[in-house]
Every structure is written in C-alpha cells, then in structure tokens.
Design a protein around this ligand. Structure first.
Ligand code: ATP
Length: 595
C-alpha cells in the first residue's frame, strides 16, 4: 500500500445495486389524454347503440343477405381485376417512361397524361357507349379488306368489361407514376453495380431495381388499391350492381337509407382492414435487408399479447462467433487464389479522350497495362482517375480512342477505321470479364450475401444454382466471411461489405479487376481487412487496376504507379521510381503533399 493510499479518505460503502428497483417515469399528460379518448369512445359507442335511428336490427337483417353478398363479390372481383391489370399496365408504362427510347417514353407520357386527365366516370360512360362510335371491333390488314376477326362492339363491351377496362386504364395511368417514383428512388449505384456485373437489362429490372423500388411503391400503391375498392362504386353509372349500387336498390325499395348505407360502410371497413394487413406483410417482405431488424409479424404480435409466444427471437449462435482474419481464414481453408482465377488480361488504352459538356476530363490517354500486373492510379481529386477506370468497363462511353482487353474492344466492334458501338446485350456479356469494386460497395441490400454473389454467375455465366452457391461459399471463406452467407449487407460492417463486394466480383472469374477507391468509405480500423484481401489477390495472376489515395498501400502492392493530373497521365513507373524519385515537378508536388 502506498503512502497516498494511507491518507486517502475511506470510499463510501458500495450500494447493493442488485436490490435497486427501477420506477418508470409517469406521463401525466398521456394518462389524461388516454382517459379523455376512452370517454369520447364510450360516448360515440353509446350514441351508435342507443340511438334507434341507426336501425341496427335492419342492418343485421341485410348485412349477410344474398343480394348484398353478390354485390360484395362483384366489388371484390372488380377490385382484384382492376388492381392486377392496372398495376401490370402501370409497370409497363413506368418502364417505358424511364427507358432511353424517346418514342417509348413519349408514348407512355401521353397515355398517362390522357388517362389521368379524364375523370373515371366519363371514361366508364365513353367505354359503355363505344358501340355508338364503332359498330364493330376488328383486327385485320388495313386497306386490303382482310380481317382476322370482327365482333359487334355492343355485344363485346358488356358493362362488366367496360368497368374492368375503365378501372384498368385509370389505375394504370396513376400507378405508372407511383412505380416510376419507386424506380427513381433506387440509388444510381445499384444500376451501375448491376450493369458492371453484366446482368441483362430485364434481369436488372426484375431482380435488382423493382424489389428495391417496392419499398416506396407499396404504401402509395395500397392507397391506390383502397381508392379503387371504393372507386368501384362509380360503376353504378353502368347499372352494374356492385356493393354500393345493390344497397341503393334495396333502400330505394324499403326506404331504410341509413341502415343500408351502414351495411356498405361496414363492408368497406372490412375490405380496408384486410388490405391493411396485406399491406403490412408486403411492406415487411420488402423491408428485408433494408432494416437491420424486421418488424414482428402482425399475428405474432397478437399471439405475444395473449402470452402465447415470445416476441424476442432466439439468438443466432453463428453471429456471436468472433471472425478470424481473412488471411487466417483463407489458410484454414487451404486456399490460394492462384489457379482458381483465370489468367489476367492485357488492358490497352489508346488515345482515349472524354468530355462532360465543355469539361474535358480525359485527354488523349495512352496506357498499356500488362496481364497479371497490379497498377495503382493516383492523383489529385478531379484528375479523371475514376472516369478512366469506369471507361475500362464501358460504364462511361469515351468520345475518342478505344480500350481493349486482350485485343477485344469492350464497347465497340471495329470495322476498318470505324468503331461501331455494340448493342447493350453484347456490352453486358463482355463486361463480365472486367470486374469492378466500387467505393460505396453497391451491394444489393435486399439480397442476402449468398444471393448477392450467386446472382451474376447464374444469370450471366449460366451456372447451375448449386454450383454457384458452392463457388460463393468458397469465395466467402477466402475473404473470411463464410458465416455471413445468410446475412443481409446492412447487417455487416463496412469492411465486411467491401469484402463481400470483392467476392461478388470474383465469382464471375474476371480477367481484370478494377477497384475504385475501395477503402475511402471505410473507417480507418476497417481499411486493413480490405487491403489484406487485395494484397492476396495481387499475387493471383489477375490484372488489378486500383484507383487509390492510400499511397503506402500503392507502394506495397503495385508493380506500377500511374500519376494523373487534369485528365492526363503525367508520369508512370515503378513505385520506387514515381514515389521516391518523381521525374515530373507536378508529381513531386503531389507526393510531397500526401506523404
Ligand atoms: N457525370 C459527370 N458529369 C459531369 N462531370 C463529371 C461527371 N463525372 C465526373 N465529372 C467531372 O470529371 C472530373 C473527373 O472526375 P473523376 O471522378 O474522374 O475524378 P477523380 O480523379 O476520380 O476524383 P476523386 O479522386 O475526387 O474521386 C471532375 O471534375 C468531375 O467533376
């Protein structure tokens, strides 16, 4: 014991913390509010039940009567058909609106403009009177008199068909804008990552863009469907006895207006409640991956309130296990990148120039990057490094010059002196040879880690699912993440996400791997784990091109450094030469600033 300890005042006795009680704060205002709400509710219920004019016995007599149920069935059928065809049409229109074809986009815009402008009731009446405008509906070859079929319009356009068609056209126009809004809400990086993996356009829309767009589409889409369910009452103008028209017929006969209106109201309330439960579960489905923890299943909440189940899921033992370092994990699996990846390709960049409007960001770039080499591109911000990298896999189109991998042009076909741009389908196929790892990872948040990796091998390389999953598990083991196969990207740290992104790119077995500042979105303590994986890859034989601000890492891993400034390659050479003995003054100034 030291002298200071001898003179220190004795510490007060430590209370027994285990015996302390926690007393929750009392919210007086909330308690008063609840009491007022309960009194109001009781008052409303009393007025509903005690006032005989509501006519509850008559309500009970008609609520489940046959004509009401038949009308209800028609309302439900119209809602289901209108919603199905309306949203199918809306999806096609929304995809046409965002397509790069001006004609398609213009036609879709015109359709939406027209059918959003026409009131539903007017549209229904026009469709119902179509027979007056066109006596027959025919399909044939114009001016030849040749027809495949011909129908009498009045017989064809029954009130039911007119109702379904009217509701479909109306909902199609409104839902197209809802869906387009959802598509626009998907981050640009997601489109780029899908394109960089060579996923076909239709596949990108179906598997990557629309599922993510659904999160913002679903709430508004359900508003539209609820509007449609109530809007079906509009078809009374066609004398089609759906729910509302049926109760109207009944109360005109028995004059019990209020009880019969209540019959319709309560049925609409039930339809709305069922739709709300469906909406909750669809939203929950599309929240997978977007939220770290999903909200509980609505039925589970009810059962939990009744004390039948617990709301807390049992802990997952796999998540608790500490992760070994990537390199250690790779050694445990006896892995060696060399041999498992294809031989690297030679990248030839010739006379590449690129401008954005008046700003020329790449100026006559000439570079040959040998197969299997590791090249680090460095330079000040805005010097064109990322643009050059993105041009290599044709995410950016160059204005002049060309880029070839093993002599094969990425975005073009050469014909004498002319370079013809390839169709999107061929560009996507060739892109699969050039993997790209993005600064912000751009993992698909709605897919598990395993699905992120298997998506492109299955769709682009045509691998059977079982084989693709085996490949993905092997790659995950190599980057030290085999126990995260079932996790969603948002459940991983930044460093882990970037390692998954590397595994996803490698699953296509590219000849060239591009890294666009792979660590700049990471916290300093996570940078090392990603750099470790890249260092391992450096000896694999694959060609690596890395845009980086990590000069120390570039020195350690690269065979060659390319220094860029203002869209030009100012100096290239070995790390020792460029970093220790730069020949150009601008390179020297930059190195002096960053080292
Ligand atoms: N889509 C675009 N439209 C217009 N200008 C662009 C576009 N993309 C890049 N630029 C401009 O091109 C120049 C080069 O950008 P680039 O991203 O290639 O630079 P960088 O060297 O990678 O910079 P950093 O190190 O900051 O990422 C910059 O001036 C940038 O503002």
């Amino acid at each position: 014991m030291s002298a200071t300890d001898l003179h220190a005042p004795a510490a007060p006795p430590r209370p027994d913390l285990g015996s302390l009680r926690v007393i929750p704060i009392r919210h007086r205002a909330r308690a008063i509010g609840t009491a007022v709400a309960a009194v109001l509710l009781a008052g409303i219920l009393y007025s509903l039940l005690a006032n005989p004019r509501w006519g509850w016995p008559i309500f009970a007599q008609w609520f489940l009567s046959e004509p009401v149920l038949v009308g209800l069935g028609r309302t439900l059928l119209l809602t289901a058909l209108g919603a199905f065809f309306g949203f199918t049409l809306g999806t096609v229109l929304a995809l046409a609106r965002v397509s790069s074809s001006p004609l398609l986009a213009g036609l879709a815009w015109g359709f939406i403009w027209l059918f959003r402008s026409i009131p539903l009731i007017v549209l229904l009446l026009i469709l119902n009177n179509l027979g007056y405008l066109y006596a027959t509906v025919s399909l044939g070859v114009p001016f030849t008199g040749f027809t495949f079929f011909s129908y009498n319009t009045t017989q064809l356009m029954t009130p039911f068909l007119a109702a379904v068609l009217g509701l479909t056209l109306n909902l199609g126009a409104f839902s197209a804008e809802v869906i387009r809004g959802g598509i626009l809400s998907v981050d640009q990086g997601q489109h780029e990552a899908a394109a960089a993996l060579g996923l076909p356009k239709g596949h990108q829309a179906r598997r990557i863009v629309l599922p993510q767009a659904m999160r913002s589409i679903v709430p508004t889409a359900f508003n539209e469907i609820i509007g449609l369910a109530k809007g079906t009452s509009m078809v009374y103008v066609l004398a089609l006895p759906e729910l509302f028209y049926t109760v109207q017929i009944i109360y005109r006969r028995n004059l019990e207006v209020i009880p019969l209106l209540m019959v319709a109201t309560v049925w609409y309330l039930i339809i709305l409640s069922v739709l709300s439960v469906i909406q909750y579960h669809i939203e929950r489905h599309y929240a997978r991956g977007a939220l770290r923890t999903l909200p509980p299943n609505a039925f589970r909440v009810i059962f939990a309130r009744l004390g039948l189940v617990s709301l807390t899921p049992p802990p997952k033992s796999a998540d608790a296990a500490p992760l070994p370092s990537p390199i250690l994990r790779a050694q445990q699996h006896g892995s060696d990148w060399a041999g498992s990846l294809p031989q690297g390709g030679t990248v030839e960049i010739r006379g590449v120039t690129k401008s954005y409007g008046d700003l020329t960001v790449l100026k006559d770039i000439d570079l040959v990057i040998p197969a299997g080499s590791v090249t680090a591109i460095i330079g000040p911000s805005g010097s064109g490094k990322s643009t050059l990298l993105r041009s290599i896999n044709h995410l950016e189109r160059v204005d002049r010059g060309y880029i070839a991998i093993d002599g094969e042009l990425i975005g073009y076909r050469r014909d004498g002196d002319a370079l013809h741009e390839l169709p999107e389908k061929d560009i996507l196929t060739r892109r699969a040879d050039v993997g790209m790892v993005f600064q912000n990872f751009n993992l698909f948040p709605h897919l598990t880690v395993l699905d992120n990796i298997t998506e492109a091998p299955i769709s682009v390389r045509g691998l059977p699912r079982a084989e693709a999953e085996q490949l993905a598990l092997d790659l995950l083991a190599r980057v030290g993440l085999s126990d995260k196969a079932g996790a969603y990207p948002r459940q991983l740290s930044g460093g882990q996400q970037q390692r998954v992104a590397i595994a996803r790119t490698l699953a296509l077995k590219p000849k060239v791997l591009l890294f666009d500042e792979p660590t700049s979105a990471l916290d300093p303590e996570l940078v090392g784990e990603v750099l470790d994986v890249i260092k391992e890859l450096a000896s694999s034989g694959i060609t690596l091109i890395i845009v980086t601000h990590e000069i120390g890492f570039a020195r350690e891993v690269a065979d060659r450094i390319v220094f860029m400034e203002q869209g030009r390659v100012v100096e290239t050479g070995s790390p020792a030469q460029v970093l220790n003995d730069p020949q150009n003054r601008r390179t020297a100034d930059f190195i002096a600033k960053v080292l």
